[in-house]
Design a protein around this ligand. Structure first.
Ligand code: TXA
Ligand code: MG
Length: 316
């Protein structure tokens, strides 16, 4: 795909049409319950390389393999009894990093040559229909240029890639932040990325405490770069706005004259997660040089929201 070509592509009107593009080795963006994914046949190295090229993504950063069901997932990874307990949560906003089966047929570029593989069964009827119709595992990072905000609508995908990537439109994403990533390492569970499924829910199902990955941990998600999800504007956290800034509020907020969005006037963290990337993008588009962000509680989904905001605010 030539990103300089001025022509825009036409969008698939059905999961069947999206699956046909993917089977032919082309890219197609599709909705999941978390964010839109930029999909490719995970067994086709050229198709996967097109993901890296289109996103401008570093090659060492492996991709999540999206499967239609557990039988498909078991072709690519080994599931211990503990992993199977967590897999019982699928379809869900949960990605499991598991030992890869040798010779599993996945393109090396999809897993960046690691001996583990990240797998998820998304909780979205259109995503499941696309994977099922394609009959293929789909490598799918968030459908945004690398380092930019993750898209939660088809329109944001079109804008991010200047209309050069076909998008199956499924309306706005329900969760609005990416999946929680858990590495299953023997009897240990390590959270590599906070996400749309709260840690407590995973611990309840597993009966095991989830450890948090730290910067120097042996297991890490290569994609957890410090500056990520960056809007053009600077971001200031846990604060109130100054004149001339834009304001991302949460809960009851006092009046402010500049551009304002409220993640959730009622203080609901699910609503806030759903609105996060879209509202950051809207405030960024207002042209204000700085976005001031209200404090957000760190409980439940607040962990993922604060993680994304800290990356958006990180020095670049
Ligand atoms: O909600 C989501 O997870 C979305 C939707 C489209 O499913 N996808 C997504 O993909 O967020 P992406 O590529 O933006 O993030 C995948 C993360 C990266 O941080 C990558 O480093 C990590 O998963 N990852 C992939 N394979 C891994 C592995 N074998 N070990 C550790 N981390 C891995
Ligand atoms: Mg991403």
């Amino acid at each position: 795909m030539n990103m300089n070509d001025p022509l825009t592509v036409s969008d698939p009107a059905s999961p069947q049409a999206a699956a046909a593009l993917l089977r032919a080795g082309q890219l197609c963006a599709f909705p999941t319950e978390t964010v839109y994914g930029l999909g490719a046949d995970a067994t086709n190295p050229d198709a996967v390389l097109a993901i890296y090229a289109t996103k401008g993504r570093p090659r060492f950063n492996p991709l999540i393999i999206h499967c239609a069901d557990l039988a498909m997932a078991e072709r690519f990874a080994r599931f211990s009894p503990l992993a199977l307990r967590l897999a019982a949560l699928w379809p869900a906003s949960l990605t499991l990093v598991l030992p890869a089966r040798p010779g599993n047929g996945l393109a090396d570029v999809a897993t960046a040559g690691l001996d583990t593989v990240a797998i998820r069964i998304p909780d979205h009827p259109l995503a499941l229909a696309v994977i099922g119709e394609a009959g293929l595992p789909l490598a799918a990072p968030s459908a945004n240029p690398s380092g930019r905000l993750s898209p939660t609508t088809a329109e944001q995908v079109r804008r991010g890639f200047a209309g050069k990537v076909p998008v199956l439109d499924g309306g706005p994403c329900r969760a609005g932040v990416e999946s929680t990533i858990i590495a299953v390492d023997g009897e240990r569970l390590v959270q590599l990325r906070a996400g749309a499924m709260a840690r407590g829910e995973i611990e309840d199902r597993a009966g095991v405490t989830v450890e948090l990955a730290h910067a120097d941990a042996a297991i890490a998600a290569p994609g957890m770069l410090r500056s990520h999800y960056a809007p053009g504007a600077l971001v200031r956290l846990n604060t109130t706005p100054q004149p001339g800034e834009a304001y991302l509020a949460f809960g009851a907020a006092s009046a402010f004259a500049g551009p304002v969005r409220n993640l959730s006037p009622s203080g609901d963290l699910h609503e806030a997660a759903r609105n996060l990337f879209a509202m950051l993008g809207e405030l960024d588009a207002s042209g204000a040089p700085t976005i001031a962000v209200a404090p957000i509680p760190r409980t439940g989904l607040g962990e993922a929201i604060n993680d994304r905001l800290e990356r958006a605010a990180a020095p670049r």
